[in-house]
Design a protein around this ligand. Structure first.
Ligand SMILES: [Zn+2]
Length: 143
């Protein structure tokens, strides 16, 4: 007798004390990052101290949400059981996006056919509400 095939669950980010402001802003449709009050540099991903100077006085700064595709890949087939949760999305795009403010952001490109995605493409953030608490920042072609 065949076992019932259960719907695979997607792994979701864990909200911690450190990352809570990021996820709260995402839920509100805002992309934010920590900025160091001592040297002014942005720190990504969330950390207790600045990656440039080690300063611990960080504030959350709202970003433009605009960027440029640095590089990307198109996922066209499953690779391993752990990927089953993403089967329905195939084909989909995983990309590095260079944000206008500097940091490089690991994300998905959505809102266009996968074959339209290009290096250098201008994109803007959109938020995908995948649970009550988590809205994932993804990027679409800039309108
Ligand atoms: Zn700093």
């Amino acid at each position: 007798m065949a076992e019932a095939r259960t719907e695979p669950r997607r792994p979701l980010p864990e909200i911690t004390e450190l990352t809570a402001p990021f996820w709260q802003a995402a839920k509100e449709g805002r992309l934010v990052m920590q900025r160091c009050r001592a040297c002014g540099e942005l720190t990504w991903c969330p950390r207790p101290s600045c990656v440039e100077c080690g300063g611990e006085d960080l504030e959350w700064d709202q970003l433009s949400g605009r960027g440029t595709v640095y590089t990307f890949t198109v996922i066209r087939q499953l690779a391993g059981r752990g990927a089953r949760a993403f089967e329905k999305d195939i084909p989909y795009v995983i990309a590095w996006v260079d944000l206008e403010e500097g940091p490089r952001f690991y994300t998905n490109i959505v809102g266009c056919p996968v074959d339209d995605v290009e290096i250098g493409m201008k994109v803007e953030v959109v938020f995908d509400p995948v649970s009550d608490d988590i809205s994932l920042p993804k990027f679409k072609p800039r309108s």
